[in-house]
Design a binder for this molecule. Structure first.
Ligand code: F6P
Length: 327
């Protein structure tokens, strides 16, 4: 029989994402509402290994729904990849009478969780927190909407100066393995081209298009490149364009970690609140080894191994739309 859950732990792990705090708040308060005790472990799995935690009361999570980052801090734990590390983590969970864990993070977080559940039969439920939006089993991950809006605001500003000077800007956005940020920000800012890891980059095709735009006297051009694109990033793209079309006045902007910070959007706060409260309900129903996703306006569960292994497809119509709308 599964043990009755009375005390839960929370961790945030992997890259931080705006809305993680809103999620910590939602888990804490809905757990307290259901009569549970809550502990927050620091720096992801490292906090479990080092027994570094804080008890979370209702007022411990006051005034954080609007704050970026994570009050629990985050890390990618090397020690948790070892059996010795995981044994220490399990011992500390037992010592503190923690009955279940909610892990907010991305695929690395869920890979670790899945191994841990199999080894120690310890209940863990996951919540997708990553700006990349690259997890199968959810339409949106916490932080993606905020990051997207950060990119759109930045590109709008760059467009102002690009069109004043008649320049071509190559802008690199985050997305090591996924082009969701690049693609949607490209549509939202009217980019002339978007390069993403999911599709091969045909540089000759891009060069022809840019030349056509130049002949048609386009006042400025924006190319958005996801960092994981196979051509090698924004600087490489800029070099290739300059070599073939030396008449372009080119600048490169790498947006970097600005995309990971800032106050979460209303969308991310609501998403995080629904997922956090949902995770507590699902744990109390005896669910584990699953990720809480959000699809068709409701929470859904996907087994960790599916969420990690299956690839979330980009919408090819959106890629086509970039071309159509930038003639
Ligand atoms: O959060 C996901 C992500 O933003 C990726 O797109 C990016 O490659 C990575 O994190 C960079 O993270 P860090 O600088 O923390 O290693």
């Amino acid at each position: 029989m599964t043990k009755k859950i009375k005390k839960i732990g929370i961790i945030t792990s992997g890259g931080d994402a705006p809305g993680m705090n809103a999620c910590i708040r939602a888990i804490t308060r809905s757990a307290i509402y259901k009569g549970l005790e809550v502990f927050g472990f620091k720096r992801g799995y490292n906090g479990l290994i080092e027994n570094d935690f804080i008890p979370l009361q209702s007022n411990s999570v006051s005034n954080i729904i609007q704050r970026g980052g994570t009050i629990l801090k985050t890390a990618r734990s090397d020690e948790f990849r070892t059996i010795e590390g995981r044994k220490k983590a399990f011992k500390n969970l037992q010592k503190n009478n923690i009955d279940a864990l909610v892990a907010i993070g991305g695929d690395g977080t869920f890979t670790g969780a899945s191994v841990f559940i199999k080894e120690f039969n310890f209940p863990i439920i996951g919540i997708p927190g990553t700006i990349d939006n690259d997890l199968f089993g959810t339409d949106y991950t916490i932080g993606y909407d905020t990051a997207l809006n950060t990119v759109v605001q930045a590109v709008d500003k760059i467009r102002d100066t690009a069109s004043s000077h008649g320049r071509l800007f190559v802008i690199e956005v985050m997305g090591k393995d996924a082009g969701f940020i690049a693609l949607r920000s490209g549509i939202a800012t009217g980019a002339e081209a978007v390069l993403i890891p999911e599709t091969p980059t045909y540089i000759d095709h891009l060069l022809r298009k840019l030349n056509r735009d130049y002949q048609h006297h386009k006042p400025s051009s924006i190319i958005i490149v996801a960092e994981g694109d196979d051509f090698g990033g924004a600087y490489k793209v800029a070099e290739a364009v300059k070599e073939k079309h030396p008449f372009f006045d080119i600048r490169v902007t790498v947006l970097g970690h600005i995309q990971r910070g800032g106050s979460p959007s209303a969308f991310d706060r609501v998403l995080a609140s629904q997922m956090g409260a949902g995770a507590v309900d699902y744990l109390l129903q005896g669910k584990k080894d699953v990720m809480v996703g959000f699809m068709n306006r409701t929470t859904v569960l996907t087994p960790f191994n599916k969420a990690i292994k299956h690839h979330k497809e980009i919408n090819p119509n959106l890629l086509k739309l970039v071309d159509i709308l930038s003639i």
